[in-house]
Design a binder for this molecule. Structure first.
Ligand SMILES: CC(C)=CCC/C(C)=C/CC/C(C)=C/CC/C(C)=C/[C@@H]1[C@@H](COP(=O)(O)OP(=O)(O)O)[C@]1(C)CC/C=C(\C)CC/C=C(\C)CCC=C(C)C
Ligand SMILES: Nc1ncnc2c1ncn2[C@@H]1O[C@H](COP(=O)(O)OP(=O)(O)OP(=O)(O)O)[C@@H](O)[C@H]1O
Ligand SMILES: [Mn+2]
Length: 347
């Protein structure tokens, strides 16, 4: 049975939702998205509470859609995943953008896109990123990896920026904000990849770090698959340490490219974004503290550091001086790879 619920006014086409999925209507749909967000990412959820309720719940709806998309290829049912399922997921996406959500979580997103100028393209691109994950276990170059990072993470920046909004006093080009949003997504994804090198290689036969860069440091694919420990010292191989220094420097550069953009966001969005940036970036420090062993040690940010970071992020978000910094644009992927040359870092 289909019931038109109170959000007809939100969407020009009028929204329809099976009533069994919307016992309390839109409010319930959003609340459920909020609960899922808080289950998966408590600190981040807390950050969204500083935003206006309209923005916060829109971000939760986007979060849940992204999380579900990721679960399709990464979750417990992932082994049954195939391109057909992703095609179906994309049809559902088109339908929900057309005002015909399939379930209650989709419905929250339908309402979101009618409230904020969110475009469908980054959502399509994220599904495409998941398709890449199904068929592409290796990356030859950083340009290839960058495309993957854009699709699975840069897209998140493009989805959420129209909800968070830019500061009314910002008069610069929107392009700079979008580039920063892309940079933060890329930085997070690169960090995620560096944290999980061992797990991805051993459990999933995936190597995301670029093959030509492994070559540059004289590292073979087989060595990555078996863990880069020196047979004489038993410690992480020197080549791997140098390689990781190079990778970490590039990820840090992406975080730096994102920084100026955060200050252009609307005030209430800055804290959650600074928190995400500061928390995620610390995973890189943790990899260093682990002596670059991302094969048998998982880099994580200890709780006390996390909680220390939140007031730091808050201070950073509230600092008016930060706004005066000139916007810095993200270099194109190959240029940005070139700025942090292997030579400089291999010392
Ligand atoms: C306000 C804010 C921080 C919003 C982002 C919230 C949001 C909608 C997140 C969705 C994340 C998600 C589930 C993506 C699916 C693909 C995926 C899993 C990507 C990886 C995320 C890390 O998740 P996790 O640690 O749980 O990974 P595991 O699966 O457990 O391995 C990613 C690394 C990508 C995360 C990317 C972002 C959070 C993008 C951030 C960029 C912005 C919010 C734009 C900010 C704007 C400017 C101008 C700087
Ligand atoms: N200790 C950690 N170290 C590194 N990354 C983390 C850690 N905890 C969570 N994350 C990542 O940071 C992102 C934000 O999540 P959040 O910090 O809210 O995680 P949480 O585990 O729910 O937090 P809490 O410690 O408050 O329960 C998530 O995508 C998560 O993968
Ligand atoms: Mn995942």
């Amino acid at each position: 049975m289909w019931a038109t619920i109170e959000w007809g006014k939100l969407h020009p086409k009028g929204l329809q939702l099976p009533s069994r999925w919307a016992p309390g209507g839109l409010e319930q749909a959003y609340l459920r998205c909020g609960n899922i967000t808080s289950d998966y990412a408590k600190t981040f959820y807390l950050g969204t509470k500083l935003m206006t309720p309209e923005k916060a719940r829109a971000i939760w709806a986007i979060y849940v859609w992204c999380r579900r998309t990721d679960e399709l290829v990464d979750g417990p049912n992932a082994s049954r995943m195939n391109p057909r399922e992703l095609d179906r997921w994309e049809e559902r996406l088109e339908e929900l953008f057309d005002g015909r959500p399939y379930d209650v979580y989709d419905a929250a997103l339908t309402a979101t896109i009618s409230n904020f100028p969110v475009s469908i393209q980054p959502f399509r691109d994220m599904i495409d990123g998941m398709r890449m994950d199904l068929v592409k276990p290796r990356y030859d170059t950083y340009d290839e990896l960058y495309e993957y990072c854009y699709k699975v993470a840069g897209t998140v920046g493009l989805m959420t920026t129209p909800v968070m909004g830019v500061d009314p006093s910002y008069t610069g080009p929107m392009e700079a904000v979008h580039r920063a949003a892309l940079a933060l997504g890329t930085a997070n994804q690169l960090t995620n990849i560096l944290r999980d090198v061992g797990e991805d290689a051993v459990e999933r036969n995936r190597i995301y770090v670029p093959r030509d860069e492994l070559d540059m440091f004289g590292i073979s694919e087989a060595e990555v698959l078996s863990g880069m420990f020196s047979s004489t010292t038993g410690r992480i191989d020197d080549r791997w340490q140098r390689f990781m220094k190079f990778q970490i420097a590039r990820a840090r550069q992406c975080f730096a490219d994102a920084e100026a953009g955060v200050d252009h966001l609307d005030t209430d969005a800055r804290w959650p974004v600074w928190s995400a940036l500061i928390l995620y970036r610390q995973i890189l420090d943790a990899i260093e503290r682990n002596g670059y062993n991302n094969f048998t040690k998982r880099a994580y940010v200890p709780k006390w550091r996390k909680y220390l970071s939140l007031p730091m992020a808050f201070a950073r978000a509230s600092s008016p001086a930060a706004i005066k910094k000139p916007a810095k644009l993200l270099l194109p992927p190959s240029a940005s790879a070139a700025t942090v040359t292997a030579d400089r870092l291999a010392k």
